[in-house]
Design a protein around this ligand. Sequence first.
Ligand code: SDX
Length: 428
Amino acid sequence: MAEKATITLGEKSIELPVITGTENEKAIDISKLRGQTGIVTFDEGYKNTGCTVSNITFLDGEQGILRYRGYSIEDLAEKATFTEVSYLLLYGELPTATQLKDFEGQLTQHTLVHENLMKVFEVFPTGSHPMGQLMTLISALSSFYPESLNPNKSPEQLNLTIIRLLAKMPTICAMIQKKGKGHPVLYPQNRFDYVSNFLYMTFGNVTDEYKPDPVVVDAMNKLLILHADHEQNCSTSTVRIVGSSHANLYASIGAGVAALWGPRHGGANQEVLEMLEHIRDIDKGDVKKVVAEAKDKKRLLFGFGHRVYKNFDPRAKIIKVACDNVLAKLGVNDPLLAIAKELEEAALTDPYFVERKLYPNVDFYSGIIYKALGFPTPMFTVLFALGRLPGWISQWKELREKNEDIGRPRQIYNGYTHRPFVSIKNRK
Ligand code: SDX
């Protein structure tokens, strides 16, 4: 017999269905609760609210498990490329060699951006934040592909829009970094794979031939895979809620970029590096003082804590190891890494952090690798967005395919009750 939950409100008891997922996660389906009782549920920040039944990503915050379509993040980060993982997230299965060749071929065909998009890009002042530029440029793509504005047109049209966005994202991200440096923008080169092309457009120069360093390509693939999806986080929920109004893909993803920018979410990777530099330069490396100030709520330790992970973030473990390897291979000796490790050690042995289950998250060590690879700090969250793109799109695609209802939460109103209008001459 199907499991039910019973809710008693005063004299009345009602039964609600219980939904069970493939990993035995359970949820009480309250969608009919208001209809039957007039009462809504309340959950500020959605700490305890499931908003969809999804087949894409599973995470268990207590055990530190993360899987895309059933494959562990450890295996994917070690054995797959970012385009393979993108295919997996989007279409549900790892691609065969032929499917991957075809997918990568499609991506290669759509890497150029319209020259008029360059004009939009040119008007940004030097020094404008890369995330603001990214948000605008992605949204602006909708103007160049008016046939994509209706996401219900045809599955073929939808897939073309998805391919276009995935293909143009590295070009746009690289353009933004070039602008920050005042260097000429490079056009994509079809001889490169997805990640190498991004690195070429970012670090190559019109004056020299560019040969991607396999260490850098490998590190970049790993980092992008680790960021590729994370079920219903703030930016993905934003993408889904915008998509639920049947807004086009570019608008929905532009909104996701906006949500990611915040320092409590993806923007934390920039904050972490700036915090470590502050500890080095202003706090003179006094990690104990920093931890004490965090406990006194005078400052936040960026890169620590997570809404869902209450044991460890498996991505942070992988990035920490990668950080040691990449810096050693590139011959970089960054004192910030030593400060980061000291901070982690100090925090993890302190009861304040232990009791609150605050561990390093994905953003804690990633910035140190990005810095070693040569990315300027304000670009870090753009790199998160580049990695997260296939996840956002897959979640948006799933929502569209299921034709989910429009997202529209309820509230508890706590303002004035009805009061008479006061004419302007009588107001005090
Ligand atoms: C990402 O959700 C996802 O999946 C996101 C993400 C993804 O892949 O999409 O994993 C990416 O966004 C990672 C998180 C990046 N953000 C940061 O590193 C910023 C610092 N972290 C925090 O602001 C915070 O931990 C959050 C926002 C990540 C989680 O917030 P919660 O779940 O709402 O927890 P909380 O803020 O209510 O904190 C609980 C307690 C509080 O103390 P008390 O009031 O109980 O005394 O822990 C304290 C907080 O003050 N606390 C911290 C802290 N984080 C929480 N204290 C010091 N330093 C911190 N970083």
